[in-house]
Design a protein around this ligand. Structure first.
Ligand SMILES: Cc1ncc(C[n+]2csc(CCOP(=O)(O)OP(=O)(O)O)c2C)c(N)n1
Ligand SMILES: [Mg+2]
Length: 546
């Protein structure tokens, strides 16, 4: 039996659960936690940031890049709230982020004295942001609370968890009997009848379609096999990009996916809410939907599916792949048809030529396994539709929160967790300034991220909507910018301004070989053609419910 403080026991359990980095911003509530972290820096790195949102976004990026749990630590009240948008995004992206959040004195919680950083019902606020949260009340509880939190992060629909601990509890010493090892996540037994029903439906389908979301990223090989067996196109948008290699003619994004949605009789939806398809493109009685989802509640939100397979996509797809041959009809290759349709779609997408030229330059320089971190910017909207993605987890897009400003700090976390892999972050001038301060963290921790800032002097997306739909009554959309090159250089970053895709390529090449610190590339731009006709597309099936 060992005597340890709550903080020491917590840190030891983080380590035993494979967490190798805590992204953090310290403060008096967490002093004992940081002291414990200082004693294990050879096994658990502490990466400090300049704002709590930076710490939480970096933990998110590291979790997304590794598919492993990653942690961040902040003070209560303002520290928690400052990290809120990132925690919300982690929830929306099902990312295993563990938030360690300070608290006021244990006996004073809920009594309203007005202590430093006190916030009414902090536990209640946290509870609404994550599926699993708890308060560590004493040293002996810490190992189990951490282990519970990590288990919860991988149980059912994955996602973030949060642990609170009071200012006077972190440093309290007690007897710790053991530090638990991580448990293998419990396998949900899959409904065999539903599996056979799904295999029969898919096997009999005339024009099956596979739709992938973020939950399919761990099942890329199986999706590829299913696609081949069924000759089914695979639709991925945002978090589903890269599950099937974009070079495969069966790999499609939104606009072509919608054409296929209109024609299909059986959809296999893998780890996706199917939100856009069901809410915008429409459903009808001629369409059977087979859902593979981690969350049983999710599957019937819009319409009861023909079959619901609940659990991790990979083992479920493996079972379907075993069962399918007995039921699958003879299928002709759709390769030529899809090549032709892809070529037609590319001609339509030429409307976005200015964005595509920039994306071509990035793709030409980013290695096959390089990671692209998307943002809510004109180039990002086009990237979701047309940036070729070759491997799973190499296109990171913020999911349904689509929150401006997530990109740069999240990409820092991605690059920190994957030091040897080139990572490129794209940002508008609006989004970049949300976390531009974290250039200081990139320098302090020598993070070799390459960031491209598209400077159009505007919240360009908002501005175009005001021009086109609100009689050009412009409000709150023009931006006063710093000189981004001098700004970055003032932190000690490498920076340059480029004028066109050719210069961008050369700058990216220089950036990707620089491995000891960050690079910023500013690309001044004018207004871009609207991508919205390819994103918000009208219904193609069923009755309009509005
Ligand atoms: C947190 C958050 N706030 C506001 C928005 C609304 N919004 C969407 S795009 C946009 C403007 C983006 O400007 P910028 O980053 O410069 O990209 P650009 O459109 O100019 O390429 C805004 C304000 C949002 N998506 N998320
Ligand atoms: Mg802009």
């Amino acid at each position: 039996m060992n005597r340890m403080t709550t903080a020491e026991a917590t840190v030891a359990t983080l380590i035993s659960h494979g967490i190798d980095t805590v992204y953090a911003l310290p403060g008096v509530h967490n002093d004992h936690l940081f002291d414990a972290l200082s004693k294990v820096s050879d096994r658990l790195r502490t990466i400090h940031t300049r704002h709590e949102q930076g710490a939480a976004y970096m933990a998110l990026g590291a979790a997304l890049a590794t598919a492993r749990p990653r942690a961040y630590a902040v003070v209560p009240g303002p520290g928690l709230l400052n990290s809120g948008a990132a925690l919300l995004t982690a929830y929306g992206m099902n990312a295993p982020v563990l938030a360690l959040i300070g608290q006021i004195r244990h006996d004073d919680i809920g009594r309203g004295f007005g202590h430093l950083h006190e916030i009414v019902d902090q536990a209640g606020i946290i509870k609404r942001l994550v599926d699993h949260s708890a308060l560590i009340r004493e040293p002996a509880e810490a190992p189990a609370r951490v282990a519970d939190a990590v288990r919860a992060m991988f149980t059912g629909r994955p996602g973030p968890a949060a642990l609170e601990c009071a200012i006077d509890v972190w440093g309290k010493e007690g007897a710790i009997t053991s530090i638990p090892a991580p448990e293998a996540p419990a396998e949900t037994p899959v409904d065999e009848d539903a599996l056979v029903a799904a295999a029969k439906r898919l096997g009999a389908a005339a024009r099956p379609l596979i739709v992938c979301g973020g939950g399919a990223q761990s099942a890329a090989h199986e999706v590829m096999l299913m696609s081949g067996m069924l000759q089914a196109p695979v639709l991925g948008y945002r978090r589903g990009r890269g599950v099937l290699d974009s070079r495969d003619p069966l790999s499609v994004t939104l606009p072509l996916g919608r054409e296929l949605w209109r024609e299909t009789d059986v959809v296999l939806a893998v780890g996706t809410r199917l939100h856009m398809q069901q809410s915008m493109w429409g459903v009808d009685d001629d369409l059977a939907i087979i859902r593979i989802d981690a969350n049983a509640q999710e599957t019937a939100l819009f319409r009861a599916p023909a079959a619901a397979l609940i659990g991790d996509a990979k083992p479920i797809l493996r079972r379907l792949i075993d069962l399918l041959p007995a039921h699958n009809r003879a299928r002709r290759s759709r390769k030529e048809e899809m090549q032709e349709r892809q070529a037609q779609m590319r001609r339509r997408l030429d409307k976005l030529a200015p964005q595509l030229a920039i994306l071509d330059a990035i793709r030409a320089e980013l290695p096959e396994d390089g990671i692209f971190v998307d943002e809510v910017t004109q180039i990002g909207f086009a990237a979701r539709l047309a940036f070729p993605v070759y491997r799973p987890r190499t296109f990171l897009s913020p999911g349904y929160q689509d929150n401006l400003g997530w990109g740069f700090a999240t990409a820092l976390g991605v690059q920190d967790a994957r030091r040897d892999t080139p990572v490129v972050a794209i940002s508008g001038d609006g989004g970049f300034m949300y976390t531009a301060n974290e250039l200081a963290s990139a320098i302090a921790h020598r993070i070799p991220l390459v960031t491209i800032v598209f400077a159009d002097g505007a919240f360009g997306n908002v501005k175009r909507i005001q021009e086109e739909r609100f009689g050009n009554r412009l409000i709150a959309c023009d931006l006063a910018n710093p000189d981004f090159v001098r700004f970055a250089e003032s932190f000690g970053a490498a920076a340059e301004r480029v004028r066109d895709p050719g210069e961008l390529r050369a700058a990216l090449r220089r950036g990707f070989v620089r491995r000891d610190g960050p690079t910023l590339i500013e690309l001044p731009l004018g207004p871009m053609p609207s991508p919205w006709e390819f994103i918000h597309m009208p219904r193609v099936r069923g009755e309009d419910r509005t």
